[in-house]
Design a protein. Structure first.
Length: 301
């Protein structure tokens, strides 16, 4: 009977007597080991154990980071972002601060190029939900956290790209201009000047004839040329301005044609002459010269 009682209670004694900190340390060593060995499923299991069983220790805080890493490599970006955010709010955030933000940047980039999220945020549901709004939120977080870091420049540029592709041109312009103010010599500054030119080109409506856009595009080109005088892609920016001129000229020419069709030759002539004077290199200018001859009005240029 005594032997039976000892068999039950003696193991319990040793479990209770074992130092708790040793158990936590040993478990955490295994977390680090699986991380170094890139065993992502095992890393997820071991880091979860630390978080659940030793929640009030510094080891649990740091395990949040490793849990985020595991989810990231298993391509569950929603959960990864969640745990990186939790880690960055913890007392251990300084241990992997920039590394966590770098992972969050890559999550946002994945959402930017079309990676989708689980419906209702439930992992068992299909990935049907677009993640571009989440990407913008993450980029904003990075811009605030590291305002002068290279990662902030990348986040600004990517945020501008998302807004550009979704047709939010004014918001995109603000982002690119912010990038140029903060990082005037950055490699992405060149692409920012070009994207600003693309936005002005996209915003043109030949029917409304808002020539202020052309002036802004020309100013953007001048700043681009001043900042990067030997940049080969200056020619691309110059071509965008010419394409804008073509659109403006086409709009003026069509107004002239309207007046000509309604037998208002003098009004038509004014618009044709304006095309020839303001945009002499365009196709519309050549057509306008032909129309001026056709209706018997001389070019005043």
């Amino acid at each position: 009977m005594i032997r039976y009682i000892l068999m039950i209670f003696v193991p319990c004694f040793f479990v209770l007597a074992a130092p708790t900190n040793v158990t936590v340390e040993n478990a955490f060593e295994r977390v680090v080991q699986t991380y170094q060995e890139k065993k992502w499923n095992e890393l997820l299991t071991t880091s979860k154990r630390i978080v659940q069983e030793y929640a009030h220790t510094s080891f649990a805080d740091e395990a949040l980071f490793y849990q985020g890493v595991a989810y990231f490599h298993l391509k569950n970006y929603e959960r990864a972002n969640h745990f990186f955010s939790r880690f960055l709010k913890s007392k251990s955030a300084a241990n992997h601060f920039e590394e966590s933000l770098s992972y969050k940047y890559h999550i946002a980039e994945a959402y930017k190029v079309g990676v989708r999220k689980h419906l209702f945020g439930v992992s068992s549901f299909p990935k049907w939900v677009g993640g571009k709004e989440d990407a913008i939120q993450i980029f904003d977080e990075l811009i605030r956290a590291l305002p002068q870091d290279d990662l902030a420049a990348k986040a600004l540029f990517s945020k501008g790209e998302i807004l550009l592709t979704t047709g939010e041109y004014d918001e995109s312009l603000e982002v690119y201009q912010e990038l140029l103010r903060r990082f005037p010599s950055h490699d992405l500054a060149v692409e920012s000047y070009l994207n600003i030119g693309r936005i002005y080109l996209e915003k043109i409506d030949s029917k409304q004839q808002d020539e202020s856009l052309l002036h802004l595009a020309q100013l953007n080109y001048e700043r681009f040329a001043t900042a990067f005088p030997h940049e080969k892609r200056l020619e691309d920016a110059k071509k965008m301005i010419f394409d804008m001129q073509q659109k403006y000229a086409d709009g003026l020419y069509e107004i002239g044609r309207f007046y000509e069709r309604t037998k208002k030759k003098s009004a038509a002539g004014l618009y044709y002459e304006r095309v020839v004077q303001q945009f002499p290199e365009t196709k519309a200018a050549r057509l306008s010269q032909m129309r001026l001859k056709k209706i018997g009005l001389s070019n005043k240029q």
